[in-house]
Ligand binder design. Structure first.
Ligand code: SF4
Length: 228
């Protein structure tokens, strides 16, 4: 019999601590989907950009069963770009329905329309949008209209690599009153911008509701790319 279930291309799945965002430091089950529609200059998961990088194909049921067996209350769906998966809404709903799961986080790169996913969102779905600043080379691909879908449990994260990035970030936060709508996090491109420069910028611009964040993974596992 032919299996007609949609299959998800998976680059890796593992349990670790969340490296960033609202649940930084908490255990989470990570599912990294293969395939991305962007090519950021500083990408640290280049090996997952192509759908061909998938190490396995898994059905919705298989992924839900795996998460149910892990010692976690958070799930992070990441990539690549997870929102390129047509079955993502159904997967989010099934994960959110699991006993013991409190948060289903979808990490997105800001270039995909989130309306469908957001309009059917279960209470436990939380978006973390990684808005691409000029030094990523991908800023023109961003869809700021997604901001209107965000609320108090969502996060917009800015990864800044240059002073120009910080200026662009401040302009976007101000233009869309982002820090009144959702959480705003600022992280440096590792090794490209000193965290102290971000603190100085936050003070200078009175970014009183933004949060500086250093990626835990880069501190705990500086030389490890996968499985953490
Ligand atoms: S969106 Fe993420 S995965 Fe895609 S190229 Fe940019 S940094 Fe890499």
């Amino acid at each position: 019999m032919v299996n007609s279930q949609p299959m998800f291309p998976i680059a890796e799945r593992f349990v670790s601590v969340n490296g960033e965002g609202l649940h930084a430091g908490r255990l989470a089950a990570f599912v990294r989907f293969a395939g991305c529609n962007l090519r950021c200059t500083y990408c640290d998961t280049e090996w997952a950009q192509s759908v061909d990088s998938a190490t396995e194909q898994r059905s919705l049921e298989e992924l839900v069963e795996w998460v149910a067996q892990q010692p976690v209350s958070c799930v992070t769906l990441t990539g690549g770009e997870p929102t390129l998966q047509p079955g993502l809404g159904a997967l989010v709903a099934a994960l959110a329905a699991l006993d013991g799961i409190e948060v289903v986080e979808v990490e997105t790169n800001g270039s995909v329309d989130l309306a469908l996913l957001a309009n059917a969102r279960p209470e436990k779905l939380q978006f973390t949008m990684d808005y691409k600043l000029p030094s990523s080379g991908m800023e023109e691909r961003m869809l700021p209209e997604n901001f209107a879908l965000f609320g108090e449990r969502d996060v917009v994260k800015f990864v800044a690599g240059t002073p120009e990035d910080l200026e662009a970030m401040a302009r976007i936060v101000r233009t869309y009153a982002l820090d009144e709508r959702c959480h705003v996090y600022i992280s440096p491109v590792f090794g490209a911008l000193e965290p102290a420069a971000i603190v100085d910028f936050m003070k200078d611009r009175a970014l009183t509701r933004a949060t500086l964040q250093l990626q835990l993974h880069k501190i705990i596992w500086p030389h490890t790319e996968r499985g953490v």
